[in-house]
Design a protein around this ligand. Structure first.
Ligand code: FES
Length: 174
């Protein structure tokens, strides 16, 4: 097993690294298996930080530049820790011209987060998307799988509050 598993890690991180090491063992001899390993590692950790990419490169005996190249090429790999909820604000043409830009600014201000970032409390990850098929009722936004239409900065606060309150009550979002 890779020695990095035994460095100064929390018990949870150690278990996560050990799980990734087992996946590497399973796939290391199979050509073209890097993507499988990265998928599994992202499932285990939730994202692919640089230390983890280095760990995978060492375990697979390949250059870390190769791992970084694959991670940055595919949009489904994330190098940032993701929030509990993902906000996807549409900035397609219809949403942009009908006030989507103001909502983007409101999200940034309200949550103190930049596009692509995650709030300090780990609650929300904020992303921009291009059209979610609700152009007739633009501007549109998604939070996880829920679609919100005709979003304004004022509505935004109510929408986000639902998620925060539900989490505080330990409930699930609709
Ligand atoms: S442009 Fe935003 S939903 Fe289509």
């Amino acid at each position: 097993m890779n020695e990095k598993v035994n460095t100064d890690l929390s018990a949870q991180e150690r278990e996560q690294y050990e799980a990734v090491a087992r996946v590497i063992e399973q796939y290391r001899q199979k050509p073209g298996s890097l993507i499988m390993v990265l998928h599994a590692a992202q499932e285990i950790f939730g994202y692919l930080p640089m230390e983890l990419q280095q760990f995978i490169a060492d375990g697979m005996d390949i250059p870390v530049s190769e791992v970084c190249g694959v991670v940055s090429f595919y949009s489904f790999f994330s190098t940032q820790k993701r929030g509990k909820h993902t906000i996807r604000m549409c900035q397609g043409t219809a949403c942009y011209v009908r006030g989507g830009k103001k909502v983007v600014e409101a999200i940034k201000k309200e949550l103190g987060v930049e596009v692509g970032g995650t709030t300090a409390d780990g609650q929300f990850t904020f992303e921009i998307v291009r059209c979610i098929g609700s152009c007739g009722l633009a501007p549109a936004m998604m939070v996880d799988d829920d679609v919100y239409k005709q979003v304004t900065p004022t509505k935004l606060r109510c929408i986000l509050a639902q998620y925060t309150e539900q989490d505080e009550q330990g409930g699930e979002t609709a």
